[in-house]
Design a protein around this ligand. Sequence first.
Ligand code: PAF
Length: 274
Amino acid sequence: MQLQAEVLRRDGRRIAFVPTMGFFHEGHLSLMRIGRREADVLVVSIFVNPAQFGPEEDFDTYPRSFEKDLELSRREGVDLAFTPDKPQLYPDGYQTYVNLENLPNHLCGLSRPVFFTGVATVVAKLFNIVRPHIAVFGEKDYQQLLVIRRMVQDLDFDIEIIGAPIVREPDGLAMSSRNNYLTAQQRPAALSLYKSLNRARALVESGIHDSVRILKEVERIILAYPDTEIDYLALCDLKSLEDVKNIDRPVLMALAVKVGSTRLIDNMVLDPKC
Ligand code: PAF
């Protein structure tokens, strides 16, 4: 991969990169379409990264569909699929990790303590291997996008990071490989995330700017459904992810909710001036 990237770069070709863990859905395909549009060569990686899963998390059961993913990549005009295995990325004796100081101390980082180190490490490695000019990440993982942008800035990667809008199912559920775990009975509860985000937006736009009040209403909506457990609800600053008490500027409403044993995340930017 590194050699191919070198040759492509020498020929003056612009490389777009979409890192993934596979099990493609429309969200992944939307990232590929952006990459396709923005560069000459589109590279996709498929690697379920063990370093970003905690010991109690779903690494072993994470859905995988390798052949189907390759077929979908071909259909989207992907030029190169990079599909390393674990010993290639983390050989025996591996001991170097990328840690961020502040961004992981919020939202998902609190209940998934190894997640962002795992993500930053594998993405840094993939950047060094694929040598892209641009890389595309989904805004559903908003905190991950901020972490990657910060890492690129701090470690001087010469790569433009593009954020892509959340893709939703027709009923509003944000697309995620983990939606595959949901049963038909759990679906209404899963939709409580989107429903509560919309309610929060309506409240903010109607002039209610007190975060405590909005978060209470969001909590009420989610807990009205059976089988839901809130991991976090936050109204926070778009850059630092620090909590915002009075919504006097656009903020991120972010939430993580367990529906049965499936942990779902979603977010929306709320703008008091709309
Ligand atoms: O968003 C994902 O699918 C993963 O976290 C990523 C960026 C591919 C790193 O493993």
